[in-house]
Design a binder for this molecule. Structure first.
Ligand code: GLY
Length: 368
């Protein structure tokens, strides 16, 4: 993006004691991935496996591989089909067998190059291969830059529901190259703003006014990305394993959103399903937590600005969404802990939302 390039790279530390790491945000970082990996290395291992997908691979593998090779690594590339269906145990088996075939050991590392699916899959393989080897996250989408690459959640889906298998395995570093956003199709670019809007809604009301300017492209977006990574890093530092309730706030819009995403069977991108989930969670916040309607309307207007879906049509079934949603791992003993807003920037976990409340909001999402 000539003329819009912000030159300085910035580092946000995810402060987790001996599992701390940096998220490096800037331009031209793919070409420097090898020296970043070498600087982090605690052994003189020479092998790396680069896991990517069939969309990202042809666009971004070459500079990363060349840079790793220049830093002295032998790189084994593993390409999985693009899309959520690769977040499966079949692909875990495939990737881990490839890691074994390539002779990776505990002195080696995995590089996850791609969006959230690749980060979650490759990170999970790194977590379990040889009982755990290091990995580098190189996110190439908005969703993965601001959310899924940071915080160590890795895992795959079961046919019964999303993210039902997984592990906390923090990366050694996150290399967030803004340039990789330039190749994103507009739909994939815009879906990521559901997560940015979520961060603003739960933690940073003022950020809502900074978002709309990026509707048509990422020129000048570095400081917005840094701000979002900062929000995520602070929450992860406070509650790495989602035990105190703080990290659960990141699930705002995700209980209903995940149910819709699972039921949609690939028809909606993650951020598109989350947009619907946010709309429903805002309505519940107005009804049950005193969120002013005007605040809910402001967030919905921003989702609309990014052309994110706000209604469901006859392709979807409320019963199927409720069936998927009931299997969400956020249900404990049949009760859900649901994230609501008292005000923009002030989120909390409520134990007062019932299945009927959720079903009513799911039904309201349908266009009549
Ligand atoms: N994406 C939600 C979390 O990392 O906790």
């Amino acid at each position: 993006m000539p003329g819009t390039r912000e030159s300085q790279e910035q580092k946000i530390t995810v402060d987790l004691g001996d599992r701390s790491y940096d998220v490096i945000v800037g331009h031209g970082l793919l070409e420097r991935a090898g020296s970043t990996a070498r600087a982090l290395a605690t052994t003189n291992g020479r092998k790396a496996a680069l896991v990517t997908d069939s969309n990202v691979g042809p666009l971004h593998t070459a500079p990363v591989t060349a840079s790793l090779e220049a830093a002295g690594y032998r790189v084994h590339s593993i390409v999985v089909p693009a899309g959520e269906s690769s977040k499966s145990m079949e692909q875990v088996t495939h990737v881990c067998r490839e890691l074994h075939r390539a002779g990776l050991d505990r002195g080696s590392f995995v590089v996850a190059l791609g969006g959230g699916v690749i980060g979650d899959l490759a990170g999970f393989c790194a977590a379990i291969f040889n009982r755990g080897i290091p990995f580098l996250q190189i996110p190439t989408t908005i969703v993965s830059l601001v959310d899924s690459s940071v915080g160590g959640k890795t895992g795959v889906n079961l046919p019964e529901g999303k993210n039902l298998l997984g592990s906390f395995h923090q990366p050694a570093a996150v290399i967030a190259d803004i340039d990789s956003l330039a190749t994103l199709p507009m739909r994939a670019y815009r879906e990521g703003f559901a997560e940015i809007i979520k961060h603003a809604a739960i933690r940073d009301r003022a950020m809502l006014d900074e978002i709309a300017q990026f509707r048509d492209g990422p020129a000048g977006i570095t400081s917005l990305i840094v701000r979002n990574v900062g929000i995520k890093a602070a929450i992860v530092k406070e509650d790495e394993r989602e035990t105190t309730g703080t990290r659960a706030l990141l699930n705002f819009g995700h209980t209903i959103g995940h149910g819709i995403e699972s039921a949609a069977g690939g028809a909606l991108l993650h951020g598109e399903a989350i947009s619907l989930g946010i709309k429903a969670a805002l309505a519940l916040s107005v009804a049950k937590a005193g969120l002013p309607q005007a605040d809910a309307d402001q967030v919905v207007a921003l989702l609309r600005e990014f052309e994110l879906p706000l209604a469901l049509d006859a392709r979807f079934s409320a019963d199927k969404i409720m069936e998927k949603l009931a299997r969400d791992k956020k249900f404990v003993d049949g009760a859900i802990r649901f994230v609501l807003l008292r005000a923009l920037g002030d989120a909390f976990v409520s134990a007062d939302i019932t299945r009927d409340d959720i079903a009513r909001e799911v039904n309201r999402l349908f266009v009549v």
